[in-house]
Design a binder for this molecule. Structure first.
Ligand SMILES: Cc1cc2nc3c(=O)[nH]c(=O)nc-3n(C[C@H](O)[C@H](O)[C@H](O)COP(=O)(O)O)c2cc1C
Length: 207
């Protein structure tokens, strides 16, 4: 149960109720997709929104691979759980999200006022990878919201073999796949039943 009515929640927002519905209350995870194409401009807009979300030291370790080639799509899908394959074969746009374990190599670009701080991370591949994972997951959340803001629907998925997908798209790099997101507009019977969200009483406390 929510502590406030939906009307009361709307009245506390700085965005209008239609936008709140589009981004949050009525936004859903799509499980089937129509054949309507997603434009290149929409994909670019999604990244331009995604990149604005905050990350540690502005490090932005998320790397997005838009899979356009049918052969590569099939090779990626071969590493998915059976129940996920049809969604990614049908989605008009397919994004493979990876984290760059060597994100510190871009230090001068994302932290230009103090590039020497890169040295803090040069010899510690373990914490570098940990930081990469945490911040790329954070950016994946921004990515899903950006898809919604572009008027599209996202189907994020973790049911695949990351090493297998890496062998298709990340060979010879320090990039590691952690999520695959189907993107498009919903097809027939696109929704599973909406699952309950935790109440504020369960998920929050005030001290
Ligand atoms: C990180 C992550 C991994 C997920 N993995 C899968 C998956 O492998 N297969 C699948 O069908 N759905 C997967 N989902 C979809 C979730 O089950 C779905 O987003 C959640 O139940 C909320 O659905 P709703 O947005 O329609 O309320 C995943 C979602 C996230 C965010």
């Amino acid at each position: 149960m929510s502590l406030q009515t939906t009307e009361a929640i709307y009245s506390n927002l700085a965005i209008d109720s239609e936008t709140a519905d589009k981004l949050f209350f009525e936004a859903r995870t799509a499980n089937t997709f129509s054949t309507e194409a997603v434009s290149e401009e929409a994909l670019e807009a999604i990244y331009e929104l995604t990149k604005m979300g905050p990350t540690m030291m502005n490090n932005q370790p998320l790397r997005i691979t838009w899979v356009k080639s049918p052969e590569i799509r099939e090779a990626v899908v071969a590493h998915m759980l059976e129940g996920n394959r049809a969604k990614s074969l049908d989605a008009p746009a397919l994004a493979v999200l990876s984290y760059d374990a060597n994100w510190h190599e871009q230090f001068a670009e994302f932290f230009p006022h103090a590039p020497e701080r890169k040295a803090m991370f040069d010899d510690d591949a373990v914490s570098r990878a940990e930081i990469a994972k945490n911040n790329a997951w954070l950016q994946a959340g921004y990515f899903i919201m950006a898809v919604r803001a572009a008027g599209l629907y996202a189907g994020p998925m973790g049911g695949f073999n990351p090493a297998g997908v890496d062998s298709v798209i990340n060979e010879g790099t320090a990039h590691h796949t952690f999520m695959i997101v189907n993107v498009g507009t919903p097809g027939e019977n696109p929704w599973f039943d909406r699952l309950p969200r935790l109440s504020a009483e369960t998920a929050t406390k005030t001290v």
